[in-house]
Design a protein around this ligand. Structure first.
Ligand SMILES: NC(=O)c1ccc[n+]([C@@H]2O[C@H](COP(=O)([O-])OP(=O)(O)OC[C@H]3O[C@@H](n4cnc5c(N)ncnc54)[C@H](OP(=O)(O)O)[C@@H]3O)[C@@H](O)[C@H]2O)c1
Length: 428
């Protein structure tokens, strides 16, 4: 049995996990694919860096091109991250007929269509299961498990950092800044957390899921994004009082071949399966026209969960190699892209307004909603001991995003309103 030779780009958190699984599960893996799997070469940035995994020093190089151009290597596993340079490595590897397994959501969200087109031209596999929700096999599920269905909605908690922060704020009544600092100390948040907390990381993953779910080319620019840095502990307390949990949700919906896609802090009904996903865990909820509701839950990151997905992709590549079908199952989006306009995107809204504490204010406010035909589910007015303003909490019925934008603009101009303190989408 001729071994299948793998080149590894990166030996960090995930790369070390890949080596552990390939070595630790070698017997099982080679029984499944019919050949031993050998890690032939590994590229790192710094050879002298101390590592908590032992690998033969002769395998290591600081030059990724040595790995890519090694004629012995059949499959490149890219776990170094980065975008521009990494794209060049991957395109060259495909040009040379090598198959790719990558965990790189940034690369796939931004350049996936170019990479997949190259893979199709060269009849190579490009698998990227680990790029979304680490250890949860959601990509293969969307491509294969739901191939017979029409997916109507995908909702994802796909960023562990923000889910950890919001869960802690909710459980301990703590402030965003305090929990962020703690998360940085524990290594759950980067020292520059912008990409996570402002929703960009989740948006990239949702673009990948939307592309696969709706079989059309969803690009990052199609995702409307807002992050969690403006979420206060008071907002979370209000959400709880009304029977909701606050989550950073990616929401992709498709109706009559038109889709909308967004990432935003969302108040989700406490009984919804996504509401109980806490800490760094991830979950993806998929609603299919025929299958109805499904949900996939697990570790969204970490060396071993992520490496599990990567090595499963490696197994898929090698099985395809044995069958001579590499590149044939590549999913290149085939449907024409149709984005919904704001007039056609409907959801419920939560608003917290700080207003003059005097008679007649509520009537003026409800009149604005009536003017744009946004109907209200509930309105609560209360005094706030720490604030001379009164607080008005409004939950709307389903309203179009366009109408809500008009309502918000109008409310901001009303002299009786001091501040539109918070506005969130409501789900479930
Ligand atoms: N960490 C997770 O839980 C997780 C989950 C899902 C997906 N991912 C994705 O997986 C990828 C890797 O993440 P990670 O957490 O393992 O990153 P990491 O710990 O920072 O490891 C990156 C590795 O790549 C090497 N490297 C970086 N630039 C290089 C270059 N120009 N040439 C050669 N080697 C280079 C580094 O070398 P040195 O070791 O010498 O520094 C290191 O070994 C990223 O795309 C990430 O988004 C990670």
């Amino acid at each position: 049995m001729k071994p299948v030779k793998v080149g590894l780009l990166g030996l960090g958190t995930v790369g070390a996990g890949v080596v552990r699984i390939v070595e630790g599960n070698q017997e099982d893996l080679s029984s499944q694919v019919g050949s031993p799997i050998v890690i032939e070469r590994i590229a790192v940035k710094n050879v002298d860096k101390p590592r908590d995994i032992e690998v033969d020093a002769a395998l290591i190089t600081t030059d990724p091109w040595e790995v890519i151009r090694d004629p012995e290597i059949d499959v490149i596993v890219e776990v170094m991250g980065g975008i521009a340079g990494t794209k060049e490595y991957i395109l060259e590897a495909l040009e040379l007929g090598k198959h790719i397994v990558t965990a790189n959501k940034d690369l796939m969200a931004l350049h996936g269509s170019e990479i997949l087109a190259k893979a199709q031209e060269k009849q190579c596999d490009v698998f990227y299961e680990a790029s979304v929700a680490g250890g949860i096999p959601i990509i293969r599920t969307l491509i294969e498990g739901f191939s017979s269905d029409k997916i109507k909605k995908i909702m994802g908690i796909v960023n562990g950092t923000t889910n950890y922060i919001l869960s802690k704020m909710s459980q301990e009544g703590a402030s965003y800044h305090d929990v962020l600092k703690e998360a940085q100390g524990l290594g759950y948040a980067e020292s520059d957390p912008t990409s996570d907390v402002e929703g960009l990381d989740a948006a990239r993953k949702m673009a990948i899921l939307g592309t696969l779910g709706f079989r059309t080319n969803v690009e990052l620019n199609d995702v409307s994004v807002s992050g969690i840095s403006g979420v206060s502990k008071e907002d979370i307390a209000f959400a709880k009082r009304l029977g909701y949990d606050m989550k950073l949700l990616g929401i992709a919906e498709c109706e009559d071949e038109e889709f909308s896609i967004s990432v935003q802090p969302t108040m989700i009904r406490t009984g919804h399966p996504l509401a109980s996903v806490n800490g760094v865990f991830n979950a993806v909820y998929v609603y299919g026209q025929a299958v109805g509701e499904t949900m996939f839950y697990g570790a969204g990151a970490g060396a071993m969960p992520t490496a599990t997905s990567i090595v499963a992709d490696l197994v898929a590549v090698i099985k395809n190699l044995k069958l001579g079908v590499n590149g044939l199952k590549q999913i290149v989006p085939y449907k024409q892209k149709k984005l919904k306009s704001d007039e056609d995107i409907f959801y419920k809204n939560f608003l917290l307004l700080h207003v003059d504490d005097k008679a007649g204010v509520l009537a003026k406010i409800t009149q604005v909603f009536a003017e744009y035909e946004v109907s209200l589910d509930s309105v609560v007015q209360q005094a706030n001991a720490n604030n001379p303003d009164a607080e008005i909490i409004i939950v709307t019925h389903n309203a179009s995003k366009a109408s809500m934008n008009k309502v918000l603009r109008h409310l901001e101009e009303l002299p009786v309103i001091h501040r539109v303190k918070s506005h969130y989408r409501v789900e479930g």
